[in-house]
Ligand binder design. Sequence first.
Ligand code: FAD
Length: 310
Amino acid sequence: MSRVIVIGAGVVGLSCALRLQHAGHQVDVLARDLPLETTSAVAAAIWYPYRAFPYERVTGWSAASYHEFERLAKEPDTGVRMIEGTEVHRTRTADPWWRSAVPALTRVTTMPAPFADAWSFRAPLVEMPVYLRWLAAQVVEHGGSITRMALTALPDQGEVVVNASGLGARLMAGDHSVMPVRGQVLYVEQFGLDRWWLDSPGPTYVVPRSKDVVVGGSDEEGDWSRTPDPAQAERILQRASVLVPELARARVLRHKVGLRPARPRVRLEEEQVSGSGTAERIIHCYGHGGAGVTLSWGCADEVASLVGPA
Ligand SMILES: Cc1cc2nc3c(=O)[nH]c(=O)nc-3n(C[C@H](O)[C@H](O)[C@H](O)COP(=O)(O)OP(=O)(O)OC[C@H]3O[C@@H](n4cnc5c(N)ncnc54)[C@H](O)[C@@H]3O)c2cc1C
């Protein structure tokens, strides 16, 4: 059995850890932020390929994750559900580039103004606090560990290191092409909403969960501020109320901001390492932008196949 160290306890690191354990590896996760403190915990989280590149690979990873989430939705403890929802458009719009990743996409021809087009599909909705707790418990149950540790560089010991540090890859891999794309959301009390809505300006989304509804959002490139902006929250709520009018009267519970780890393309590759002072093998898996949940299982499968059998 080989030992793998995974850096990062967000959705990407934990999914990789679990897949590697299934392949027979002993896995230890090291992370500055524990699962519920990560960007992943702020994700809405709807399965949707957004702000992640390149399209061709993202479509494949998204399709793989869709199937895995469909399977996980059969287990209530996971916090994953398959929910029908609608994406609206103000002009006639061609099928999305990721069309092949979902089994069915239905055109909606009856949308009222200002919308001219829309499509509906069943998407995995992932209630992140529940799901991250479940993932972390799975990692521990399979003999792994999750330890808080803020690193200044990738560990120089161990047979294999998987770098799933998200935005932290700026430091961990010296990669300044990873940039924050700030996203603000607010949570309102659940009022009986049972489908999701999505609109591109903003982007605007409304995602129902068991006890609350996530309302988003924003995407400020290069903005490092984690402080919610009250004026922005007001604008988000106004935009979202066009999709779901009940939101205008809903009780606001709290506000949050997360920094998406964006990159011109997801980095999923083995780095060729040489010399002392480095681990024997380093596999990078970061830069998932606005789709880390959506890509998580597809990428974890690929990381496990790069690492190989135990
Ligand atoms: C408002 C918002 C809404 C979103 N909605 C969705 C959605 O609906 N669907 C979707 O698919 N995606 C969504 N996303 C995107 C998604 O949240 C990210 O793509 C995803 O969380 C990235 O996961 P990650 O594991 O790579 O990074 P993170 O969750 O950021 O985890 C990185 C880990 O690396 C650790 N780390 C970093 N630096 C160090 C260091 N120096 N030492 C040790 N550990 C370190 C961190 O502590 C953390 O544990 C949303 C994001 C935001 C902000």
